[in-house]
Ligand binder design. Structure first.
Ligand code: GRF
Length: 192
């Protein structure tokens, strides 16, 4: 894994597709002295992603490219990442699947946050699945990204209780609050 050298923070890109609450949280974390990363680029596969507004708000470069042709999109992104000297990637609600080739190029330097206690409930609708299965707990996972979806080595997990009054929406909110705590902790764990 990349280690912190001296006082320089590791240049990081965050990939999003939507709201970007994890992005905002990572940006705030990156600004504290003890953070090993700085956020230098926001990438989205859609111009509609609400999280892109944090580019202006925090003065961070943004780049949008649709994944209609994933090969071309990835080639463009790789170019940009190299130009910007980006060494680490955080996926935060990024809804596209990166190719084996892309992941190989950033081997061990891409992490993702997933709203379930992996290996349970890979893919979408995790909270609905947990409730349908009458699970007593749900949660979130930060893991390294490998070619197989939601399958890389787990860095950290956080559990929450599912209460009888919970709905998939209330559960999602509860898990998201924990995601905001977990992602910075996982990044600290990687680099310390
Ligand atoms: C989060 O629940 C994350 O775990 C999942 O997508 C959601 C993104 O939320 N991969 P936000 O865009 O960070 O608010």
């Amino acid at each position: 894994m990349v280690k912190l050298t001296g006082l320089k923070k590791i240049k990081t890109a965050v990939f999003i597709s939507g709201t970007g609450s994890n992005l905002k949280n990572l940006i705030k974390f990156s600004k504290i002295k003890k953070s090993p990363i700085s956020i230098d680029l926001i990438f989205s596969n859609t111009a509609k992603a609400k999280g892109l507004r944090f580019s202006n708000q925090f003065n961070i470069k943004k780049y949008v490219s649709s994944f209609n042709n994933p090969k071309i999109a990835e080639a463009k992104i790789l170019n940009l990442l190299s130009k910007e000297n980006i060494k680490f990637i955080c996926l935060a609600g990024f809804m596209k699947i990166l190719s084996k080739n892309f992941i190989k190029k950033f081997n061990g330097k891409i992490v993702n946050i997933h709203p379930s206690l992996l290996p349970k409930y890979k893919g979408l609708n995790t909270h609905i699945k947990a409730m349908q299965n009458k699970d007593e707990e749900a949660g979130c996972t930060v893991h390294f990204v490998e070619a197989k979806l939601d399958s890389g080595k787990i860095i950290l997990q956080k559990k929450v209780k599912i209460l009888s009054k919970d709905t998939p929406i209330s559960l999602a909110k509860k898990v998201l609050r924990q995601e905001h705590k977990l992602y910075p902790l996982a990044i600290k764990k990687i680099f310390n």
